[in-house]
Write a protein that binds this ligand. Structure first.
Ligand SMILES: [Zn+2]
Length: 241
């Protein structure tokens, strides 16, 4: 991942290094760009850094201690069988983009202990900033009545069922990677062409990085969904009504 690369709109953007894609190509960032070495004014050739990505459902704790999904404020468009459906009250899905050592290693211990990391909520707190940023990860208690099982495989199936609509409204991690590494994105932000209003960052995927607070969810975007989603959308509409 190339982070904080200044585009021709003068804003900073992230790119997946074009050399690292499944279908690699030349990377203009590696080949031509210089970046400031951290904490100095020295310019050094840009190099990609390793990041680990994960999808997360954004949740919030209420005063009574219960935890609920954070919902999109506006209706989200999902494409089902070529038809756009507007769905309300869709849970927010976010991409967490963090370093393995300073973020994800926190979860390794929990994985060893619980055999999965998706059977409970986690509170993630950011401490310090810049190079001294650390994350404290506190697992909440497993709740037997949450419907999630103490079993990684079954939990995954259950979560995918529960959040089918939310997941359909959000790019998968592969789609996210392809988008951040796409020729279109490189051309748009780093090519000759000036950014245009209709292609501005409104359509970009946002994600956390080490300089931002907490997981940042991505904005709703229309996405093609399998027709098996129809039933779930209906259920969702009923639940929302
Ligand atoms: Zn590169």
């Amino acid at each position: 991942m190339h982070e904080f690369i200044v585009g021709n709109d003068k804003k900073k953007h992230d790119f997946v290094c074009a050399r690292e894609l499944a279908n690699p190509r030349d990377c203009i960032i590696c080949d031509k760009m210089m970046v400031k070495k951290y904490g100095t004014n020295d310019e050094v050739p840009a190099k990609p850094s390793d990041k680990t990505l994960g999808l997360a459902i954004l949740r919030k704790e209420l005063d009574d201690g219960s935890v609920v999904d954070v919902l999109h404020e506006k209706a989200v468009e999902i494409e089902v069988d070529g038809e756009k459906v507007s769905v309300e009250n869709v849970p927010v899905v976010g991409v967490i983009k963090q370093g393995q050592r300073n973020f994800w290693d926190n979860f390794n211990g929990y994985y060893t202990r619980y055999k999965t990391t998706i059977d409970r909520d986690y509170v993630v707190t950011r401490q310090g900033k810049d190079k001294n940023t650390k994350y404290a990860v506190i697992p909440l208690d497993f709740e037997a009545d949450s419907g999630v099982l103490k079993d990684g495989k079954k939990s995954k199936a259950l979560l995918e069922e529960t959040y089918a609509v939310a997941l359909a409204s959000h790019p998968s991690l592969i789609e996210y990677i392809e988008k951040l590494g796409s020729v279109e994105r490189y051309d748009f932000f780093l090519g000759e062409r000036k950014p245009q209003a209709e292609l501005d960052d409104e359509t970009e995927v946002e994600a956390t990085d080490e300089t931002e607070e907490g997981p940042v969810a991505e904005k709703p975007a229309a996405k093609t969904a399998a027709s098996s989603l129809q039933a779930k959308l209906l259920k969702h509409k009923k639940a929302a009504a």
